[in-house]
Design a protein around this ligand. Structure first.
Ligand code: NAD
Ligand code: ZN
Length: 341
């Protein structure tokens, strides 16, 4: 089968012919139809410090996908050949303290497809049946293929108290734009979206943001619509240190900051003034809650109140991986997906 492979330590991906994966008795084989391209894939492509420390080539990359089940292992009872599915890409041990207390999203033994084991930028992928998520008939492969980052946004937004709240979203990459639409559907009373990139602010506006601003104008915009108090909730979705400081500054006293964006390096925070004396709550987001987030996502899609379609802006075949990486780095894209026949 065709697959995008990180062949050796160093930049780039290689499109190669590799064997179709074999499945274990508790796994299923999925024919991949669509696969989402993510910042993590760009890190692996560029072979930055994080990738060097984590990824062991050779490995098939990619972790967001949807497709059809074509084979099931002997022990699999709830997934059948022909099912249209996506999957949770974090494979957890299921036995540790975190897994057995409903917190599998922070299982210390997590292995991620496309990072720690073969991924989905390929014609087929093997997945444990426990990780498979069925798609409703009216959910396209396109939307199925972006459940992973959409799930990050659902997790970030819906672990805060959104109905009636004023919300600031700092960073309107694909995940921030999804989050704007989720907050809208969940009944936020005011959504202010901030980014340096006008193309992305336009998408945030389309997904329901009331105010779209550059970071330098965020303070004035927040003060104007919150009686000078600051917002109830900030969803920090950029990972940029100045935006993280702004999140602490523009959340109201007693408010909540949901931290999804990952700073590239350690950063200084004045805990006394930025956190403690403001009495705020900070929540660190890892992946998607298993499987509360997935149920919420399916129900929001079913309701018709949340439609992520406008976020997908570019599609490529696997042969154009370099172009896909380039367009993501350019900042011109919303969500980029691979179409795999
Ligand atoms: P992205 O890089 O496409 O989006 C980040 C956005 O922040 C960009 O649009 C950028 O223009 C904007 N930005 C830059 N400086 C800013 C500033 N000062 N104020 C406001 N916005 C600013 O990334 P994405 O794929 O949407 O992911 C968002 C973040 O979440 C990244 O940091 C990513 O690494 C992280 N992430 C975390 C998890 C998790 O489980 N915690 C999962 C996936 C991604
Ligand atoms: Zn575990």
């Amino acid at each position: 089968m065709k697959a995008l492979v990180k062949e050796a330590a160093g930049p780039g991906f290689m499109l190669k012919n590799v064997p179709v994966p074999t499945i274990r008795d508790d796994e299923v084989l999925i024919k991949v139809r669509r696969a989402g391209v993510c910042g993590t894939d760009v890190h692996i492509y560029e072979w930055d410090d994080w990738a060097r420390g984590r990824v062991k080539p050779p490995i098939v990359v990619g972790h967001e996908f949807a497709g059809d089940v074509v084979e099931v292992g002997k022990l699999v009872t709830d997934v059948r050949e022909g099912d249209r599915v996506t999957a949770e890409g974090h494979i957890v041990d299921g036995r540790c303290l975190l897994c057995r207390t409903g917190n599998a999203h922070v299982c210390p033994f997590t292995r991620i497809i496309g990072v720690d084991r073969d991924g989905c930028f390929a014609e087929y992928i093997a997945m444990p049946a426990t990780n498979v998520w069925h798609l409703d008939d009216n959910v396209s492969y396109d939307i199925g293929g972006i459940h992973d980052p959409m799930g990050n946004a659902f997790h970030t937004a819906l672990t805060a108290d959104i109905p009636g709240s004023t919300v600031l979203v700092t960073g309107c990459g694909p995940i921030g734009i999804f989050a704007v639409g989720i907050c809208k559907a969940a009944g936020a009373s005011r959504i202010i979206a901030s980014d340096v990139n006008d193309r992305r602010l336009e998408l945030a506006r389309r997904m329901g943001a009331h105010d779209v601003v550059h970071p330098g104008d965020a303070e004035a915009a927040v003060k104007a619509v919150t009686d000078g108090l600051g917002v109830d909730v900030v969803l920090e979705m950029s990972g940029v240190p100045s935006a993280i400081h702004q999140a602490f500054a523009l959340v109201r006293v007693g408010g909540r900051v949901q931290m999804l964006g990952i700073p590239a390096k350690p950063m200084e925070v004045n805990f006394a003034t930025e956190v403690i004396f403001k009495g705020i709550t900070i929540y660190g987001v890892v992946g998607r809650r298993m499987y509360d987030t997935w149920h919420q996502m399916t129900r929001f899609l079913r309701s018709g109140e949340f439609d992520p379609t406008p976020v997908i802006t570019h599609r490529f075949p696997l042969e154009q991986a370099d172009e896909a990486m380039h367009v993501i780095k350019s900042g011109e894209a919303g969500k980029v997906i691979f179409e795999i026949a």
